[in-house]
Write a protein that binds this ligand. Structure first.
Ligand code: CIZ
Ligand code: SF4
Length: 303
């Protein structure tokens, strides 16, 4: 007799609860495999909003589930592990941002989607790592405040030398830990590998990359690139999706592997328990939601 797996149990519960399961590109492989959709935070939030499901189970970190709630106010958004936060998002609080705005009157505030709903609510326009350069360029402003990620800010500043980017001093500990020496050693071991790096890495690491890409851009890129081997400078969970996106190609992470502990606290058992118990609901107050929605919609309108 075939074994009834935890994945089978999850699929049955999802049907019973009218739930869609979405998993971020950095989640554990078995969690990605049980999800209806796998992707980046904004892509997932938009996809979940379009499904008829009344419940969204978001396997990711807190700001991502908040973004899903911002776009789907009438759906129930659940997190299998609601304590999964993002240290970078927590490096800029709404109180910090309010004071920063006040000290820089008239300067537009551009915020990375890796931020809390309360911070998005005080933002003029959000950006993702995929569209940050285009969105800032389209503002046509001589100067912008950019948070919370100083490394993404630096990438935008180097891409747009005519715009003065004032960075907040936040960073992603998982991407920040990578040094240029560490990457150089990996390159020396694999001289034919193409280096693809996330813009959350330090500027000197970004400058060593053949391509600077968001997670979704990496997934598209590896399928069309002529390279057969890649050094992937982002959280190691993406390698699961990369192997599916370009079967037969070789993907290397760094040593030690780039590991976000918050992304990995969600286990397949917690996905099951969350659906069974309908636990871990994410709530965003309506005034914050509407203000945050405006900054996300402005980004989407820009493209
Ligand atoms: O927005 C996301 O999902 C993150 C954290 C990174 C990316 O490049 O997709
Ligand atoms: Fe936050 Fe970095 Fe983890 Fe992404 S990988 S959730 S930015 S700490």
């Amino acid at each position: 007799m075939e074994q009834h797996t935890i994945a089978d149990e999850i699929r049955e519960l999802a049907q019973e609860r009218d739930a869609v399961i979405i998993a971020h590109n950095y989640q554990r492989g078995e969690v990605q495999d049980v999800a209806d959709f796998v992707g980046d935070s904004l892509g997932l939030a938009r996809q979940a909003a379009r499904t008829p499901a009344s419940v969204i189970v978001f396997a990711g970190v807190h700001f991502m589930a908040e973004t899903a709630k911002i776009l789907s106010p009438f759906k129930t958004v659940l997190m299998p592990e609601p304590r999964a936060g993002c240290p970078m998002a927590d490096m800029m609080t709404a109180t910090d941002l309010a004071a920063w705005r006040k000290a820089n009157p008239g300067v537009p505030v551009v915020t990375y989607v890796n931020s809390t709903a309360a911070v998005k609510a005080l933002t003029d326009v959000c950006v993702t790592s995929a569209n940050a350069v285009d969105v800032v360029r389209s503002l046509g402003a001589p100067k912008v405040l950019f948070g919370p990620d100083r490394n993404l800010a630096s990438w935008v500043a180097r891409s747009l030398p005519d715009v003065e980017i004032i960075p907040w001093d936040g960073f992603c500990p998982t991407h920040e830990q990578v040094s240029a020496e560490q990457l150089a050693q990996e390159q020396a071991r694999h001289p034919n590998a193409e280096v693809i790096a996330h813009p959350e890495c330090r500027p000197e690491v970004v400058d060593m990359a053949d391509a600077v890409l968001s997670t979704s851009q990496m997934l598209c890129h590896v399928a069309t690139s002529s390279a057969e081997e890649f050094i992937v400078v982002t959280e190691e969970g993406l390698l699961h999706g990369l192997a599916k996106a370009a079967p037969g190609k070789r993907f290397l992470n760094l040593e030690p592997r780039m590991f976000c502990p918050n992304m990995k606290v969600t286990t397949i058992e917690k996905v099951r328990d969350c659906l069974r118990d309908m636990s871990g609901e994410i709530v965003v107050t309506e005034d914050v939601r509407l203000a945050a929605l405006a900054s996300v919609e402005k980004m989407i309108a820009i493209g």
